[in-house]
Ligand binder design. Sequence first.
Ligand code: A3P
Length: 396
Amino acid sequence: MSSASTSQPIVPKTDYIEEKEDEEAYWKIDAEICGMLPNLPKEKGWTSEDLVQYQGFWIYPTFALKAAVHLQHHFNLFQTTGSSTSAARGSLPMYFLATLPKSGTTWLRALMFATLNRSLYDAASPHHPLLTTGPHDCFPCLEMDNMLGNHDHSRPVTSLDHDHHDDRDGGDAMIDSYVPPTSTAQLFATHLPYSLFPKSVTTSSSNYGVSKFVYVCRNPKDVFISLWKFGSKVKAVNTGLAPFSLEEAFDLFCRGVCPYGPYWDHVLGFWKASLEMPEQVLFLKYEYLRKEPSANVKRLAEFLGQPFSEEEESKGVVQQIIKLCSFENLSSLEINKTSRTQQYLVKANIVVENSDFFRKGQVGDWKNFFTDDMAKRMDHIIDERFSGSGLTFANP
Ligand code: A3P
C-alpha cells in the first residue's frame, strides 16, 4: 500500500491570513511601498520591467517588492493577533518550492506535485493532471499570483482564498482554475530570497505549523545562459525592446543584478538555512538531480513527510514519477508546446509561452557561450563568494 497519506490533491490552501486586519493594514503598507519606491536603487530589467534593490536583492517592483513587504507585515500582524481560526489554519503545513529563476523551477514543480499527489494520481496514468496542465499551473507562485493584475489592491498578498477577494480583477477565475484546494497542505512556488521571509514563516515553532522549503540550486553559469536566453525572448515579445547583449547581461549578472539576485546571496541564504535547519530546508542541486533522479526524488518525498514505501519502490513508482516529469516528456506534451497557461502571467498580460520554460535542460550548456575570460571572471566570483561555505558546484 502507498505510504502517501493524502486523500486530496496537495494544492494550495492559502487562507491563513486573518481577514479583519487586512483592509486597513494593506492600504497602509501599500502607501509605504509607494513612498519608498522612488528611493530604491534601480536597474534595467532582463524581461519586461526594471528591477529595484530591496534589502540587498534585485526584485520586480510591481509584484515581488509588494509581496515581500506585505508578507512580512501580514505574517507579523497575524502572529500578534492570533485566534482560533488562525490556530486551525496553522496546523496546515506550508511547503515552499524556492528557486532563483532558471534553476529548475518547472521541473521541481512537476516533481513536487506528482510526488505529493501520488496516492490520488497514478504517475503512469494517461489521465495524470500533468499531462494536460502546465507545471506552472499546478500550484501558485507566492508573489506573482498575489500581486500581478491585482490593481485594486483590495486583498492581502498571501490570501488567495475564494472568500477573501472579489472578481474585479479576474482573481476568482484564476484561482478556480487551479486544482481544487485541500486541507492537508499549502503549496507555493517562490523566487523570494530566504531573508525576505518573516521569522513567523521560517521558524518551526510558528503559529502556522511546519513551513518547509525545497530549494533548487543550479550552477551559476548555466543559470546565467538560461536566464539570458529566456529574458531576451520575453523582453522582445513583451516590450519590443532590444534584449541585452551577452556581454551586457554577463556584466549585470556578475554585479549581482538579475531577477531576485545577487545569485550568490540567494543561494547562500538557503544553503546556510539548510545547514542550520535541515529538517526545514532541503537543498537540492539541479545537476545532481539530473545525475541521480531516483535518490533525489526519494529525498524529496521523505523530506515532505511522504516517503516511498517498499511496495511503491518495488512497483517502480519513483521511476514513473521521474519519467512523467522528465524534460523529454514534459516538453513534448501538447500543453507545454502550444499553450500559454501560467495563470499569474496571463492575468498580468505578460506573454510567456509554456514552451519558453523548456529549452535544452542540459548541464554545461554554458560552454557553448562563455569565452575564457567570462569563465575566469565567474570562477573568481564563485571562489570569492562561496569559499568557506562548504557549497560546491558541478562545473563540467
Ligand atoms: P535551459 O534554459 O538551460 O534549457 P526554470 O524552470 O527555473 O525557469 O528553469 C528553466 C530551465 O530548466 C531551462 O534550462 C529548462 O530547459 C530546464 N527544464 C525545464 N523543465 C525541465 C525538466 N523537466 N528537467 C530538466 N530541466 C528542465
